[in-house]
Design a binder for this molecule. Sequence first.
Ligand code: TXE
Length: 481
Amino acid sequence: MDKIQNYIDGQLTDPLSGHYLENYNPAEGVVYGLIPDSDEKDVQRAVKAATKAFPVWSAMSVAERSDVLLKVADLIDRDSDLLALAESVDNGKPLSLAKSVDIPRASSNMRFFATAILHFSSESHLTDNKAINYTTRTPVGVAGCISPWNLPLYLFTWKIAPALAAGNTVVAKPSEVTPMTAYLFSKICIEAGLPSGVLNIVHGLGPKVGQAIVEHPDIPLISFTGGTATGKSIAATAAPMFKKLSLELGGKNPNIIFGDCDLKNTVDESIRASFSNQGQICLCGSRIFVQRSIYDQFLKLFLERVKALKVGDPLEAGSDIGAVVSQAHMDKVLAYIELAKKEGGEILCGGAQVKLPGRCENGYFIAPAVITGLDYNCRVNQEEIFGPVVSVMPFDSEEEVIGYANSTAYGLSATIFTENLKRAHRVSHQLKSGIVWVNCWLLRDLRTPFGGMKQSGVGREGGEEALRFFTEAKNICISLK
Ligand code: TXE
C-alpha cells in the first residue's frame, strides 16, 4: 500500500495527526494507497516554512531561480514514463494520454515560466517634462495554490511554475482524489535542489486543508482551479481578507459547426473535444450545435466514430476511453444520463456503465454518450457534467446559435468550424467566452491569456497574465524639476 507524505520545509513528512485517507485506483475500483489526512496544523507548518524561505528565494536572481526550475523540468522529462504511469493509475485516464499530454505539458509549464521570467519586464512613463514614472513588479509572498483531479500534474505545475518563477514561495494542495504525481514531483524538487520551504505540498481534504490555506492570514494570494461551487466558497473566504484571487472554474462549452465546414476535420476535432480524458476537461465541447444543412450527415459520421471508441483498461495501448475518476463522479455522470431521458433526450449511444473483464471488472467506466432531442436550455445543456457525454442540437441561423451558445452561466471556451473567415471573426467576437478555437480544439500557446468569464472564473492564467498575477505592481514617480 503506497503511503505518500507531505512535503514541508524541504522534507517528506507525515501528517501531524497521523491520520490517512484512502486513495483509489479508478480503473480497478480498489484502494491502492494512503494519503495524509492533513489539517490546519500541517498548513501552519507549511506557511511557517514558506515564510521563512521567502526572503532568500525572492531576492535570488531570476537566472538562479530559472536554473532550479529548468532542472525540475529536466527531471520530469527523465522520469516521464514513471510519472505518466502514476498519473494513469491515479486518475484512470489512458496511459497513452498521460504520456502524450499530461506529463509533457507539466515539463513545458516548468520550462515556459523558467524562461519567461528572464524576459519579464515592467514599464516606465514619461509625464511630459515633469516626471518619470517607473513600475516595479515584485513577488507577493506566500502563494496558496489549489488544484483539481482532472489533469493533476498538468494543472498543478501550471500554477506552481509562475508562482515560483516570480519569486514567491508556495503552499500547495493537489486534489485528494489524485495526489500521486504531486508527491513524485516533491521528490523531484528535492533532487533538483529547490531550497527548503520554497515549495510546500500539504495533502488532504478540500474543506479542511484547502480551506485552511484560503483563510490563512499569511497567504496573501490564492490561485484555484476546480468547480464553480468551490470557487464561490473560496471567494467568500478570500474576498473579505482582500486576498488576490485567481479562479479557473467550470465550463459548458459550445461546439458550433456551420454547413460550410471541412467535415472530416470537424468530426476529428469534435471527437477529441467531446471525449478526451473521458470528457473531464473544463474546455471540452459538450454542447454540439450543427447547422441543419449538414446535421444528419455530421451526426452519422460522428456516431460511427463514437461507437468505434474503445472503452478499455487505461494501461492497454488501444484504449481511447479510460475510467472516470471516482465512484462518486461516475454516479454523478450516470445521474445526468437519467436526467437527459427525463428531459426528453434520446440516447443514441453509450451512457451506461461498462463492465470490463479482468482487473478492471470493478472500475468506473462509462460508454461515451451522444444525446439528441434536448432543448438548448434544459438542465443537461446548462449544467457542467464533466464526463463522456455530449448533446447534439441543430440550428439554422448565426444569430440563433450565438444565443444558444451564450445561454449558460459559464463562459470558458468555444469552438467554431467554418471555412468562412469573416464568419469566424464575426461569431468569435459575439461569443461570451474567454477562449475561442476556430477549426481546431485545445491548440495551446502558453503565452496566451487563459481563462473564462461569467461563472467560469476570475482572472487569467498563462504567459504574462500569470506573472502579473503572481507579482505586485508599484508605480514610482520621480519629479524632473
Ligand atoms: O472539484 P473541487 P472536484 C468541476 C467538475 C467537477 C466539479 C467538482 O464539474 O465535477 O468541478 O470537481 C479543493 N476550500 N471541475 O470535486 O471540489 C479540492 O480538494 C479550498 C472543473 O474535483 O472544486 C481540490 O484540490 N479548497 C475543474 C480542488 O479544490 C477546496 C476541474 C478542486 O476540487 C475546497 C475539476 C474548499 N472549501 C473539477 N473544497 C476545471 N475547471 O478544470 C474543495 N477544495
